[in-house]
Design a protein around this ligand. Structure first.
Ligand code: ZN
Length: 486
């Protein structure tokens, strides 16, 4: 038996931290990343006796946006339930979650898997079903240091969406793709920072294997809390290989919970897994159900955006962009908005706008750590700059240097061309005079050129351009030089 005779069956369980201002059932602020431990807590999120939770509307609204993007069916009436378990980071002894009547049911995410990540080199689309999507509160954090165990309750009550996929993914690459697309979608919708290293997006992976062609599911292991997409991919790959080795050696696979040790790149056994029944769910008596009537739902979904994959497809169809460009330009919503605004303002070839964006403006954004809507070089100014080049007012190299100048000065490209006298000189007499100067200053090169060293023409043109600080029309310069050298 070899690896190719098995296939992996992978399901992902993600916890998504919603970027609300306040926690889900109290008015403590939701983001306490920079706060001292236990400084952002109140009697509600710590579950002191006699307190009552009050639902944060914004958490529901962000959950509805996500469920809609996943093509889920929003329930008009959904309920909160208590999930009972005992752990030091859970002061209440239960977590408020949603069990059987959650915010949304069903749904899917389509993953375009590129040829480069496909086992047989053919691009394909994997439809990943969503089996669970619900709102819940986060627990606190524990950590060990100096032989002691510490607990920080700041994170208690932070709003989460738990989203679970069906066992539909087949490779570690597909799992990584799923997370990449989910992260893109969360940021696109503006509902989560989706930063895995900060734990705004957390992922557990369920992994089992079976012989190809089989349809039953074997016992699975669960890999907990891996903190980057790359590590999820690596951990799943290791686990698939381990399970194949075990099965090949005639051993059984047990339903372990495993933890990825990033430094050693190995999986360690944490504990045997609890089953759902161990949690003794019952309806949360302190909260009313969420009643999502049509008016509220319509208000939430007003302005629901075109999603990244749809937009990517449209960029290819409508603007004739290569898939590569469309993928990069739709990586972030603000960048794709920028592109479309610039194309509209320019009115010329969209591929030219795409080239300038991908080659020059993205670099500027990265260097300055900005998003596309934060730069001074607004889409209309990029369009203006391209028009200045098209009309022959400036040459391309002046155009490239203008990007930086616009960004630094906040002046429009046309104003800068005017102010700094950057317009291309196509005045024959002026260029002819400089060409004469260059030839007079370089008798040796003129001699060599006349002796047959044709390649010196480029050098002469370069000298003229340099003397005219890049503003000469190089075609006219060449023409003048040719005439003078005859
Ligand atoms: Zn609180």
């Amino acid at each position: 038996m070899t690896m190719t005779e098995y296939e992996a069956v992978i399901g992902l369980e993600t916890h998504i931290q919603l970027n609300t201002q306040t926690k889900i059932f109290c008015s403590c602020k939701a983001d306490s990343w920079n706060d001292a431990p236990n400084s952002n807590i109140c009697p509600v999120c710590c579950g002191l006796p006699g307190v009552l939770p009050v639902l944060n509307k914004a958490a529901v609204e962000k959950g509805v946006l996500l469920a809609t993007a996943m093509h889920g069916q929003i329930r008009p009436l959904s309920f909160f339930d208590r999930k009972n378990y005992f752990y030091p980071d859970l002061p209440k002894g239960y977590q408020i979650s949603q069990f059987d009547q959650s915010l949304s049911s069903g749904g899917y995410l389509d993953l375009p898997v590129p040829a480069s990540a496909s086992p047989d080199g053919q691009a394909y689309v994997r439809r990943v079903s969503i089996t669970k999507l619900h709102l819940e509160e986060d627990a606190g954090k524990t950590k060990n240091a100096g032989g002691q165990r510490f607990v920080d309750f700041n994170r208690c009550g932070v709003p989460l969406v738990e989203m679970v996929t069906g066992p539909d993914l087949r490779t570690a690459d597909e799992a990584a793709q799923y997370l990449t697309r989910l992260r893109q979608l969360l940021r696109w919708l503006g509902i989560s920072e989706a930063d895995m290293e900060r734990g705004n997006l957390r992922c557990d992976a369920n992994v089992s294997i079976r012989r190809k062609g089989e349809t039953h599911l074997n016992p699975k292991t669960e890999i907990k809390n891996v903190n980057s997409i790359e590590n999820v991919r690596a951990a799943i790959e290791h686990e698939i290989e381990r399970q194949i080795r075990e099965v090949e050696a005639g051993n059984r696979i047990f339903a372990w919970t495993l933890e990825w040790d990033e430094d050693a790149a190995v999986l360690r056994k944490m504990r045997s897994k609890e089953t759902e029944a161990d949690y003794r769910y019952f309806r949360e008596p302190d909260l009313l159900p969420i009643r999502l009537d049509d008016a509220w739902k319509t208000a939430i979904l007003a302005g629901f955006p075109e999603l990244p994959l749809e937009r990517r497809a449209r960029f290819i169809r409508e603007y004739g962009l290569p898939e590569y460009d469309a993928e990069i330009l739709t990586a972030e919503r603000k960048l794709s908005d920028y592109f479309e605004a610039a194309v509209r303002a320019y009115g010329g070839d969209p591929k030219r706008v795409s080239n300038w964006l991908m080659n020059d403006i993205l670099r500027m954004l990265n260097d300055r750590g900005l998003t596309a809507d934060q730069i001074k070089l607004a889409p209309a100014w990029l369009a203006e700059l391209l028009k200045l080049i098209d009309s022959g007012t400036i040459n391309i190299s002046t155009g490239k240097s203008l990007l930086q100048k616009v960004e630094e000065s906040g002046l429009s490209p046309a104003a800068l061309v005017e102010k700094e006298g950057l317009a291309k000189v196509s005045d024959d007499t002026a260029i002819r005079a400089v060409a004469q100067e260059v030839l007079a200053e370089n008798p040796k090169e003129v001699e060599a050129f006349k002796g047959g060293k044709d390649t010196l023409m480029g050098w002469f043109v370069g000298q003229v351009m340099r003397k005219m600080r890049g503003k000469a029309d190089p075609n006219i310069a060449r023409q003048m030089l040719e005439e003078l050298l005859k």
